[in-house]
Design a protein. Sequence first.
Length: 390
Amino acid sequence: MHYDADILIIGGGLVGTALAAALAPSAHSVLLLEGRTPQTETPSAQWDNRVYAISRASEKLLRGIGAWQRLDMARIQPVSQMQITGDDGRSGLTFDALDAGIDALTTILESGNLQAALWQTALAAPNVSVMAPAEPSAFAHDEDGVTVTLADGRVLRARLAVGADGANSWLRRSAGIDSTARAYEQWGVVANFESERPHYGVARQWFFDDGILAWLPLAGNRISIVWSCFEARKEELLALSPAELDARVAAAGGRALGELRCITPAAAFPLRLTHVRELVRAGVALVGDAAHTVHPLAGQGVNLGFGDVAELARLLTATEASLLGDHLNLRRYALARREAIYLMQGACDGLQKLFNNRNPILKTLRNTGLGLTDSLPWIKQQLIRHAMDA
C-alpha cells in the first residue's frame, strides 16, 4: 500500500502547524494541507488585532518545538497582573504574578507573530511537507487508512487524517462526526489602541450587564481589546469613527490608561460554544477548534488547542506507523483530553451565563463572589495554577 504520508493534517492555522512541528522528532512522515499560502514573515507595520493570551503550559510546548525562539520578541508582552471589575463598578478581583511566585501570569502576542513562527518551525522539520494552497473535497476511510481527494483532482493516501481546520471543520463533517453548536448571540469586537499612559503589563477586564470588555497589554504603550457584546452593541461599535471609538473604549474602562488612539480598524467575530461527540474515529482525530470552541472571556481557546497538540503528538510519536489510525489507540488521546475540554467549556459557559444576566439577585451574588474570592489568597493561587496549566 502506497501512502503519500503517514499523517495528513488538514488545516495550517496555529494548532495545525504546531502539531506538524511537534511531530518533527517522530519517525512518521507528515503532510500539512492549507488553503492559503503560508505566511512565514511576521507583519512588521500594522499590529494584528487578533491576539492570544498564551499560558505557561502552551509556552512550554512552543519552546519545546522551537517556535517560541522564532517569535519577534519586541512584539510580545508578559502580563504581570490581571484586574477584574464587576458590573457594580466597585467589586473586583486581582491576580498578581508576584503573589503567585511567578514571573508572569500569561503572555500576550499577536496571531500573525505566532503563526509566522510556527510556519517557520514546521517548514524546517525534515519529515514535514506542505501542500498549499490546497482544498480538500472528498474523504473516505478503509481498513488500510484514509483517502482525501483535493478540489483539483489529486488524491492523497495516509494512515491518519487530523482535522485542525477550525470550528466549521470540513474533516469533522466528512468523517460523519456529530457536533452541536450553540450561538451565544454575541460578538467579539477587537481592535488595538495606543494608550496615553503605560499599562505596566496589567490586563484589565470589566463585566457589564450586557457584555464583557477586556484590555490586553501589548508591547509598548499599546493595548488590544476584546469586547464581547450583543449584536446591537457590535453594530454600534463598528459604525463609530476612529475618534468616537477611542472615546467609547476609554470611557468604558474608566480612562484607566488615559486617552486611547485606535491603530487598527475594529473587527468582529461571532461567539459560540461547540460540543463534538467524538474527538476520534478510526483513521481520524480532531484538534483545536475542530474539536471544541469556548467563550473567549477566559482567553483559553488557543491554549486548549495547544493542549490537544501536546497530547496527540506524544501519543503519535510513541505509536508505530501501522497503528496510527487504530481507533483504540486514538481513544487514549480522546480520554486524556476529555476532562480538560469539559472543564474549560463548562467554566466559560457558566461564567458567560452568570455575568450576562440582568437578574438583580444574580448581580449581587456575582459581585459579592468577586470580592470574596479576592479576599482568599489560597483560592486565587489555585485559580492561577489552573490557568497556567491549561
